[in-house]
Design a protein around this ligand. Structure first.
Ligand code: SF4
Length: 379
């Protein structure tokens, strides 16, 4: 029998790789499909679950389930329902559990939202990215701006109390994107949660090629900082808690699943390219859809690699992950001299025995984490 991992994990991530097209900036592990092979995917997912967890029987209790991608909503109403049914054969969760589905606005239909709710999805993360048709076109997004409005209405009508917008900032200046307008339009929809990500230019993507050819220039640091800080100001003025570098929540809508990553607790990962962690070893699956599918269908664990997280690396991660959130990082009195200049500069504050970065500090997250690591003995 294949080895069992993550037996203590109470959080499950499933990577659903299908997308209608590849966005210009995307380097995720995806499979572009107009017609999604739902049955083939679910058969392979079942095989992976069986290879890693054994036959069904004892269902493991979990607290969160997150379907990411790719575009999980591309499975459609019936496909998502069947995927939830499959997960219930291996896991059990209460009505209070957080079950998140990433969705693109063009997949949100009335039958789909009703089916997703009935299947047990409690939270939808909507990949809006921008409300500007020109920008959506440049990004090669599959949806239009009006489809975002339509999707929000349908989510509300479908009874989703919890949902989130994903937006991308720090686009190349030459696009002339009006970030403040996009932010205002997003806030006007009163989303319970917001995730805001700065654009990065990844090699091998269309954007990477445009950049290599000198056809487009990435946003400079000043542009990035201004948009990040204006998002912080606008969202907090609208009542959001900016609780992690990229995430903002209205009271009661903080993402529970992602917190498991930031806290370094165990989680399962299934599907192509999915990562898992059992508290000491991180593992990752074969990234290409066909490779993952074929390994799983052959009855083998589709793992591509794993690494033991030793105390040095675990400490580094503790520093980095702690500084990402408003939970902060506990540091000893003897080490507080390191953060005094940060506090003076407005980059951090001390809250009891924890150092908590401010938005200005988050803009320097990597260098501050690197500075703190040797000082605290986190090596
Ligand atoms: S929808 Fe998401 S996963 Fe799919 S191509 Fe676009 S950015 Fe990548």
């Amino acid at each position: 029998m294949a080895p069992r991992m993550n037996t203590a994990a109470r959080h499950v991530y499933v990577h659903v790789p299908f997308c209608a097209r590849r966005c210009s900036y995307c380097d995720f592990s995806i499979a572009v499909r107009r017609d999604v092979p739902v049955t083939e995917f679910l058969d392979a997912l079942r095989s992976e679950l069986r290879a890693r967890l054994g036959e069904t029987g004892v269902r493991q209790p979990i607290d969160t389930l997150y379907f990411g991608g790719g575009t999980p909503s591309h499975l459609g109403a019936d496909g998502v329902t069947r995927m939830l049914d499959l997960m219930r054969e291996y896991f059990e969760w209460s009505a209070a559990a957080e079950v998140t589905l990433e969705a693109n606005p063009d997949d949100v239909t009335s039958p789909a939202t009703l089916a997703w709710r009935a299947a047990g999805v409690t939270r939808v993360s909507l990949g809006a990215q921008s409300f500007d048709p020109r920008v959506l076109d440049w990004m090669h997004r599959s949806h239009s701006a009006p489809q975002i409005d339509f999707a929000v209405d349908l989510l509300r009508d479908g009874g989703f109390a919890s949902w989130s917008f994903d937006l991308i900032f720090a686009l190349p200046a030459s696009l002339g994107r009006d970030w403040q307008r996009d932010l205002d339009l997003a806030l006007a929809k009163e989303p319970p949660h917001l995730s805001l990500y700065g654009l990065t230019v990844e090699p091998g993507t269309p954007l990477g090629r445009w950049s290599e050819r000198g056809e487009i220039e990435a946003s400079d640091e000043t542009g990035y900082e201004l948009e990040f800080l204006s998002a912080h100001a606008g969202a907090t003025a609208a009542g959001f808690d900016h609780y992690e570098v990229s995430n903002f929540a209205q009271p009661g809508h903080h993402a529970v699943h992602n917190r498991s990553y930031w806290r370094g607790v165990p989680y399962f990962g299934f599907g192509p390219s999915a990562h898992g962690f059992d508290g000491s070893t991180r593992r990752w699956n074969r990234a290409a859809y066909a490779a993952w599918r074929d390994a799983a269908a052959a009855g083998t664990d589709p793992v591509a690699g794993s690494e033991f997280i030793g105390s040095g690396e675990a400490s580094l991660e503790t520093v980095y992950l702690g500084l990402r959130t408003t939970g902060g990082l506990r540091i000893d009195v003897a080490d507080r001299g390191v953060v005094q200049p940060w506090i003076a500069a407005g980059w951090a504050s001390m809250q009891d025995d924890r150092v908590v970065l401010t938005p200005l500090g988050w803009l320097r997250l990597d260098s501050l984490a690197a500075a703190l690591t040797p000082a605290t003995g986190f090596r």
